[in-house]
Design a protein around this ligand. Sequence first.
Ligand SMILES: Nc1nc2ncc(COP(=O)(O)O)nc2c(=O)[nH]1
Length: 268
Amino acid sequence: MGVVNVTPDSFSDGGRWFDTTVAVKHGIDLVAQGADLVDVGGESTRPGAARVDEDEELRRVVPVVRGLAAEGVTVSVDTMRARVAQQALAAGAVLVNDVSGGLADPGMVPAVAAAQAPFVVMHWRGFLTDIHARPVYEDVVSEVVDELHARVEAAVAGGIAPERIVVDPGLGFSKNAEHDLALLARIDRLRTLGRPVLVAASRKRFLGRVLAGPEGSPPPARERDAATAAVSALAAHQGAWAVRVHEVRATADAVRVARAVTDAAGPG
Ligand SMILES: Nc1nc2ncc(COP(=O)(O)O)nc2c(=O)[nH]1
């Protein structure tokens, strides 16, 4: 899943794809690099980012979705708003990716259910309170699995078919590096939810911490693509459904190597 953020301020590529034509071209390029899906978002979710108003988010996202779909690209829309999801689906998107897991907009689950679209439910504890609070986890893996289960149940109760739901641990969303690494180490536990797992580690802060080591300073986000590809291989090897990345080529190669190693291990 390649990322096209049509935003001026996303944490790792803010502003580069803010123009519709440039964004569409970039999405096509990501497919050429090996992306199966292109995720288009118009609202940065980095800590401290101000909400974008709905009309501006529509202005950013819908033309890019339409342009990519017209080129035959499989497109997902990264939004927390039902109306943006609806208009993106009408413009050709085939999947809705909601980082709030349906919590931000009560109209989201009914809209996705009505469209019978696949739905990514991401874990973001405390979305409704302080969205970037540092929550305390006793056992982050168990708690994320349990809370994702509740979000999946709510989506199903709202009319979304279970087989259309993808789960995502929400790396970096009110989680620290230790939480993120613990979740990445146990994708098998996430898979006990019986749903495909999407892993989105690309260029995130915890990778910077790993690369920096205990005393060092983290490299900038755009220098974390090799680390991201390493995560992609590890996620693929653990059976993740997809990985969401900004730089696709290295990850496409990493996933193919992981597949070859998994195949070599044989069944069982
Ligand atoms: N499903 C899902 N969607 C996301 N969208 C944006 C970002 C963070 O912003 P970015 O687009 O700059 O990576 N992270 C996620 C994520 O972890 N999971």
